[in-house]
Design a protein around this ligand. Structure first.
Ligand code: SF4
Ligand code: SF4
Length: 95
């Protein structure tokens, strides 16, 4: 399933989506994110799942626009570290 974390405000939509069907719980996103937005934990939406999944943890969900700003210059935006590190391609950003 697709788990969406984030919010919408007057300046846009700021969501990180994690496809829990693709996520294998490897933890690479936790390691590379300079803002420490991710955690790997049991899937609260699927108690029977036997591998943990990545989530955007706690209060981080309410400040994504600012927390991710360092990775997202307006021009010459490089590949985002989290998306680059995620080999199964489980992470997407809405902005
Ligand atoms: S890097 Fe990708 S596969 Fe690994 S825990 Fe993060 S979201 Fe899941
Ligand atoms: S864009 Fe940067 S700060 Fe935002 S989640 Fe990805 S690695 Fe972390």
């Amino acid at each position: 399933m697709k788990a969406n974390y984030g919010y919408k405000d007057g300046s846009g939509d700021f969501y990180i989506t994690i496809d829990t069907d693709l996520c294998n719980g490897c933890g690479e996103c936790v390691t590379v994110c300079p803002a420490k937005l991710f955690a790997v934990q049991p899937d609260e939406n699927d108690p029977l799942r036997d591998v943990p999944t990545a989530v955007v943890a706690g209060e981080n969900r309410n400040k994504l626009k600012y927390a991710c700003a360092a990775c997202k210059p307006i021009s010459n935006r490089p590949p985002l570290p989290c998306m680059k590190a995620c080999k199964p391609g489980a992470i997407q950003h809405s902005w």
